[in-house]
Design a binder for this molecule. Structure first.
Ligand SMILES: C[S@@+](CC[C@H](N)C(=O)[O-])C[C@H]1O[C@@H](n2cnc3c(N)ncnc32)[C@H](O)[C@@H]1O
Length: 285
């Protein structure tokens, strides 16, 4: 067998160097129990590039081809699992409590614009779920208010899937048949495309959550969703990301994290909110 086709073994030293590089570039932290995971994810790439070792791959990432390969690395190492209407009690709390309250606060500030950020939006299911809700409430709760939903992610691959807005029934499994009919165009072969009137609420862009200096460019927000990504970060990165969110949120604006992601330990500027079977946070005034 061609030696380059054989599965490359990652040494512990290589794992540690790559792990440290990935941590600096993305905030994603791989503990030593994840060596096999990283090896598995990068083995194919090393084969494609015809490299002899993981050390050579790291040298490539640190060289002139680095910036281009880094985009590819982010695609390989991220876990992008998501679905429409994920964590239904929290989405219902957004629909019934958070959004009406955020709209009320925007009106009180004399603003007719409401901005929502889906930070780490993966292939778009989360921002489009929020857009479907906004579309349904546009003539009632949101009357007179323009909503902008920004979806960002570190992986260009999932962003391009989000841009296409085409999904199969598995990721749509939490939607009712009525919601599916209202917001999607069936394309056949088990594929459905988000309708343009839902898509128009949403803009998508690449954003790395550890690019702390760039947060300000995004403007301020009424609601930030950051679900199921903080779990990949260590305490230092979590604290920085939460500080960034805090700065961008209006006073009393909302932060919704994943259901297993307590931010309690870093929670200086947020108050905990208990919804029915879900939790959220609000920026303290
Ligand atoms: C498990 S998905 C969560 C998607 C969605 N928020 C949800 O809860 O269904 C985690 C996403 O975080 C993204 N991600 C990981 N590190 C990131 C970083 N440093 N900046 C931006 N996005 C990141 C990944 O690319 C992935 O799409």
């Amino acid at each position: 067998m061609d030696p380059l086709q054989a599965k490359q073994q990652m040494t512990l030293a290589e794992f540690r160097s790559l792990r440290d590089f990935i941590y600096v570039k993305s905030g994603i932290f791989f503990s030593e129990s994840k060596q096999y995971f990283l090896e598995n994810r990068l083995n194919k790439r090393i084969g494609e590039l015809k490299l002899r070792s993981y050390s050579d791959y790291l040298s490539l990432l640190q060289g002139i081809q680095g910036p281009g390969e880094l985009k590819r690395l982010f695609v390989e190492i991220t876990t992008n699992e998501t679905s429409f209407w994920r964590n239904p009690p929290q989405i219902e709390a957004f629909q019934n409590i958070v959004l009406p309250e955020a709209a009320k606060q925007a009106r009180e500030r004399g603003q007719s614009r409401l901005r929502i950020w889906s930070a780490a939006c993966s292939s778009g299911e989360e921002p489009y779920t929020l857009a479907m809700i906004c579309q349904e409430l546009k003539d009632t709760v949101l009357r007179g208010i323009t909503v902008e939903i920004l979806g960002t992610d570190i992986s260009e691959k999932v962003l391009s899937q989000a841009q296409d807005g085409v999904y199969n029934s598995y990721t749509l499994r939490n939607l009712t048949p009525e919601q599916l009919l209202r917001h999607f165009i069936p394309l056949g072969k088990d594929l459905y495309q988000v309708k343009p009137e839902v898509q128009r609420f949403t803009s998508l862009r690449h954003f790395n959550l550890v690019d702390y200096a760039a947060y300000r460019q995004l403007g301020s927000f009424d609601v930030i969703f950051c679900r199921n990504v903080l779990i990949y970060f260590d305490e230092v990165v979590k604290a920085q990301v939460l500080k960034g969110f805090h700065e961008l949120l209006h006073p009393r604006a909302y932060l919704l994290v994943g259901h297993s992601e307590s931010i309690h330990a870093f929670n200086t500027g947020f108050e905990l909110l208990h919804f029915s079977k879900a939790m959220g946070y609000r920026k303290r005034t």
